[in-house]
Design a protein around this ligand. Structure first.
Ligand code: ZN
Ligand code: ZN
Length: 264
């Protein structure tokens, strides 16, 4: 327990606290995150039914911020009112980024052409709102890069969350002003290729995230994920890069603050 109280500061740059998985014990989850040294949590409302709840959680906790947008899974649900609603909600100062938006050609829960159009429209909306973007890309690496370039997303910057592309893609994203966010799956046995990529990337471009309740790191794999476990991801990054954990915590925290344009 000692190690968890050593005064280091971490940021969970991506969680989903508004999801039903946390309804029963949200305050305890948040308390445990604090005890694990997590200074800020960014909770991501991915569809209409979750936006208000994400914002409510952010508004009732000084160290929690919200990210709002329409996930590629839900792209087909966007209607005439969606963007107006989002514009209204994003005026709130607790909303620090627009997302997660992007492409998911793994699950294909919305048709690909709709995903592509809605991704582009939402980058334009983020530009209008003056917010950085949080990008979700699963098995759509080339298309994601193309859209980011077409929409000149380098002017917005932001985060490629749960990064799953190759080293070349990571470098291109970093050149466009994006941070690469590392999820708990970096602790998994089969994640050796991803660990090799992280090893080569500059710490100055990395964030850590849980994507809770998903992607639970070892040693809790198989259980529900929660923001306090971001510690295990940061520890793995330290191990891979052969640098002190404190250094990973300090630099990734500074990176997250810059990505979300916040001051500590
Ligand atoms: Zn995602
Ligand atoms: Zn997510």
């Amino acid at each position: 327990m000692n190690k968890r109280m050593d005064g280091t500061i971490l940021i969970d740059s991506h969680a989903h606290l508004e999801m039903p998985d946390f309804r029963r014990d949200l305050e305890e989850v948040i308390q445990r995150a604090k005890e694990a040294g997590v200074k800020y949590i960014f909770t991501v409302g991915t569809e209409k039914k979750d936006w208000k709840r994400a914002l409510e959680i952010a508004q009732s906790h000084p160290f929690i911020y919200a990210i709002l947008g329409v996930h590629p899974h839900n792209a087909k649900e966007i209607d005439d009112h969606t963007y107006e609603t989002l514009k209204g909600l994003c005026q709130n100062e607790k909303v620090r980024a627009f997302g997660e938006i992007g492409l998911d050609f793994y699950r294909d829960l919305s048709p690909r052409d709709i995903q592509l159009n809605r991704f582009r429209e939402q980058i334009a909306l983020a530009r209008e709102l003056g917010l950085p973007i949080v990008v979700h890309d699963r098995e759509a690496h080339q298309e994601t890069l193309e859209v980011l370039k077409l929409e000149k997303a380098e002017a917005l910057g932001g985060i490629i969350h749960c990064f799953s592309g190759d080293y070349e893609m990571a470098k291109e994203c970093i050149e466009m002003g994006f941070y690469i966010s590392v999820p708990g799956s970096i602790t998994y046995k089969n994640a050796e290729p991803f660990r090799e990529i992280v090893k080569k990337l500059p710490l100055e471009s990395l964030l850590v995230e849980t994507d809770a309740p998903f992607l639970t790191p070892v040693p809790f794999r198989g259980k529900r994920n929660e923001p306090g476990y971001v510690r295990y991801t940061a520890e793995k990054v330290a191990e891979i890069k052969k640098i002190p954990f404190e250094k990973v915590a300090e630099v990734t925290t500074g990176n997250a603050l810059r990505a979300f344009r916040l001051e500590l």
